[in-house]
Design a protein around this ligand. Structure first.
Ligand code: EPU
Length: 439
């Protein structure tokens, strides 16, 4: 196993290219199941979650070829309608095969995802929506067994605007007979990208990006002749913007989804950063000290829960006291004790965390608990004095494409080494050495 070793305290300067969005790539790769044939998807990020998705597709009977950021998938045949426990356990998004497999094969067997490090995360709304379209489910031995003879469009009212729930229902509805309306649908940009992809295969979808999505079902879809390009990752972009802000450099994010980042850009400005946008490049710069700003996480277009942990790292070194309210997941503060090990002063009470800014963080060994918690600890490590070592890198590998390379490219002292390798304090001061040490 590897660890990340960071020597903090350097401002990051330069530009970082943004990769394709994880949370758009996963549903889109899975949506290829809806149209038998050969698909080409571009701008796919190099992530463990993408490899897990392709391996799941392989087990279903759909081989793929990954070259660079292009994926070719052959969904001509489906051999097994199942997402087994060992795959779902590693990647909850595997539940996204439920809707497409039911639509394609009339049956699906998917291991029930349990709770995880950030909350209970039930799938009741996915099932409720699919039931409204005519599917029946029984839960047996930890598996959801679904069947349907004939999908028929329906009006579906979601109790919560769930992202993957909306996607699952949308992917089934495109092949249902008649009209489906998903009310209280999630409005995240990744759903907009999925709808675009479904339309490129012949689906009739409107209203994506609003809270009512309307689908006029078609009997069959066919692969698009034009490769679909995954939209850029707004959470990766937001994470690097915070990296620029926290280290006090001048960092440009290239190929960013500017519109989708409005909520993050607004609070960065309130925190004392200057933001300039040229086309799809965003530059963040800080000339004075950071100021505390309260945030509450909300469904899109509000401040994203997937940026909450990173924001907290920023507030840990801001002037004054701020409150972060987590309104999406009930247990997404696992990074707090680890941030506090680096010298942050954060106290949680239910869904709220109160952060008293400190002038300095100090490097320590920390343990990542989930993907965005890992990002938060990397950001804190970039500003902490001395050496920070982060263990359990597999979370980070799930969601950040070439993180070490991208950070090194803008001047960060960071290396990835095997767990048992000791990196002397101060040895990362020369960039060339740092690059040589990357495993
Ligand atoms: N919920 C229910 N019932 C359901 C589904 C969801 O009560 O059937 C609740 C959840 O427990 C949660 C809320 O609804 O409290 C929102 O959860 P949602 O279903 O929207 O989350 P998700 O679809 O499982 C996606 C992203 C997450 C991101 C959330 C919120 C993917 C693959 N994952 O998860 O991304 O945090 O939406 O925006 O798209 C990440 O990338 O680090 C990540 C966790």
């Amino acid at each position: 196993m590897d660890k990340l070793v960071i020597e903090g305290g350097l401002p990051l300067n330069g530009s970082v290219p943004i990769s394709g969005a994880k949370n758009a790539a996963l549903p889109i790769l899975i949506a290829t199941l809806l149209a038998p044939g050969e698909h080409v998807i571009d701008n796919v990020p190099g992530l463990v979650d993408v490899s897990s998705t392709l391996s799941l597709m392989g087990r279903i009977g759909c081989p793929s070829l990954l070259s660079g950021s292009r994926v070719r998938l052959d969904t001509t045949r489906v051999a097994f309608c199942e997402a087994p426990y060992d795959v779902v356990r590693k990647m909850r998004a595997s539940v996204l095969v439920l809707g497409p497999l039911l639509a394609r094969c009339g049956e699906a067997r998917v291991s029930l995802p349990g709770g995880c490090a950030i909350g209970m995360r039930p799938v009741d709304q996915h099932l409720k929506g699919l039931e409204a379209l005519g599917c029946t489910f029984n839960l047996e031995n930890g598996y959801i067994n679904g069947r349907v003879d004939h999908l028929v469009g329906a009006d579906i009212h979601l109790d919560v605007p769930t992202v993957t729930g909306t996607e699952n229902i949308l992917m089934a509805a495109v092949l249902a007979e008649g009209i489906t309306r998903i009310h209280n649908a999630a409005r995240e940009p990744e759903i907009v990208d999925l709808a675009r992809f479904l339309r490129s295969m012949g689906a009739r979808v409107t209203g994506e990006g609003t809270d009512v999505i309307e689908v006029d079902g078609v009997p069959a879809l066919r692969p698009s002749r034009i490769p679909h390009r995954i939209l850029p990752d707004r959470i990766e972009a937001g994470t690097y913007l915070v990296a620029g802000a926290i280290t006090g450099g001048r960092l440009t994010i290239e190929g960013a989804p500017v519109e989708e980042l409005n909520a993050v850009l607004a609070v960065l400005e309130q925190a004392g950063c200057s933001i300039s946008v040229t086309g799809d490049a965003i530059t963040v710069e800080r000339n004075g000290p950071l100021q505390s700003v309260n945030v509450s996480t909300e469904p899109h277009p509000g401040f994203p829960t997937d940026m909450q942990a990173q924001w907290m790292a920023l507030m840990a070194v801001a002037n004054g006291v701020s409150v972060v309210e987590e309104c999406i997941f009930e247990n997404r503060f696992m990074h707090v004790p680890e941030l506090n090990r680096l010298g942050a002063r954060v106290v949680t009470d239910g869904r709220c965390a109160t952060i008293t800014g400190v002038s300095d963080l100090v490097g320590a060994t920390v343990m990542a608990t989930d993907l965005r918690a890992s990002a938060s600890l990397v950001l804190a490590g970039l500003v902490a004095s001395g050496q920070t070592q982060m263990l359990r890198l597999y979370h980070l590998d799930r969601g950040y494409d070439r993180l070490v390379e991208k950070l090194q490219g803008v001047g960060a002292r960071v290396v990835r080494v095997a767990d048992d390798v000791t990196v002397e304090v101060g040895s990362l001061t020369q960039d060339e050495e740092a690059k040589r040490a990357v495993s």
